[in-house]
Design a protein around this ligand. Structure first.
Ligand SMILES: CC(C)(COP(=O)(O)OP(=O)(O)OC[C@H]1O[C@@H](n2cnc3c(N)ncnc32)[C@H](O)[C@@H]1OP(=O)(O)O)[C@@H](O)C(=O)NCCC(=O)NCCS
Length: 245
């Protein structure tokens, strides 16, 4: 299905929910930080992830690389390949709706980044599975469980949570993160949400990107000892949100 909409004076040409490419506001070819010029077509396209081995392995790699610090804190550097396998396993054998929550950005046809969205009720629809956990020993398994518990994923009706956004290091600064956020907003609106939000570490410079996209700061979570610090290695995370018009 092809649709065309005018939004903030930029045309978004997109195809939805059938695993075909999505093109939103684009950075100039070559990339700029922040992108100064936006085109209605360009090097970045976004599509739903599939259950294919290539997509699952890419997601495992880009997510674990993007959040390497947290996974090393939860386990250790040697366990990172096992963490990638865990993420790829977690993408296997899910219902179609699950893949609609995962988007892959491609830059000139090469997989470059990903965004994972969550809506109300998703935790029940897509529960964690014991069989996805890799054999990394008791302490590391505890670390993984603590990490899962420390990151808030509760999600009230009418709100879309950006669970993860990450771009391969070699593609950063080219505007792909911005296009992924545009895509997330479009998906959230389509599903009737009035707000989109995310949690970000107070020290993560990605905050600037979210501010530029119109997100504002809401409540903070500060936990020392057995909570966020144990789980993620972060001392403080901030909720940023944007009202969708
Ligand atoms: C955050 C991220 C998805 C942005 O993707 P991107 O394609 O580089 O983003 P864009 O080119 O559209 O915008 C550039 C902005 O991204 C952010 N960014 C760039 N490199 C970053 C990095 N290594 N870590 C965190 N944020 C980064 C900055 O806000 C940058 O703007 P600035 O240069 O004015 O500070 C990407 O950098 C990434 O994967 N980081 C690691 C994972 C992460 O921290 N995710 C966010 C968790 S809430």
């Amino acid at each position: 299905m092809n649709s065309e909409k005018k939004l903030h004076n930029c045309y978004w040409i997109y195809k939805v929910m059938d695993n075909t490419a999505v093109t939103t506001q684009q950075p100039s070819p070559g990339g700029q930080t922040p992108p100064k010029q936006l085109h209605s077509s360009g090097p970045v396209s976004v599509r739903n992830a599939t259950e294919s081995t290539e997509d699952r392995e890419f997601l495992g790699r880009v997510v674990i690389d993007g959040f390497e610090g947290k996974y090393i804190h939860a386990t250790n550097r040697e366990s990172l390949p096992a963490m990638q396998t865990m993420f790829a396993n977690h993408m296997r054998g899910r219902p179609p709706l699950f893949y609609e929550r995962h988007f892959i950005a491609e830059y000139n046809g090469e997989k470059a980044g990903a965004i994972v969205l969550r809506y109300h009720g998703d935790s029940e629809l897509f529960p964690g599975r014991e069989e996805d956990l890799p054999p990394v020993g008791c302490c590391n398994t505890c670390g993984i469980i603590l990490l899962e518990m420390a990151v808030p994923t509760d999600n009230p009706p009418g709100k879309c949570l950006i669970d993860m956004i990450c771009v391969d290091t070699k593609f950063r600064g080219k505007g792909i993160g911005k296009v992924l956020l545009d895509m997330a907003e479009m998906d959230a609106k389509k599903r009737g949400c009035k707000e989109i939000f995310l949690w970000v570490s107070s020290t993560n410079r990605a905050k600037h990107l979210y501010e530029r996209q119109g997100y504002t700061y809401k409540n903070k979570r500060t936990l020392c000892c057995c909570g966020m610090w144990c789980g993620t290695g972060e001392r403080e995370i901030v909720r940023m949100e944007k009202v969708l018009e």
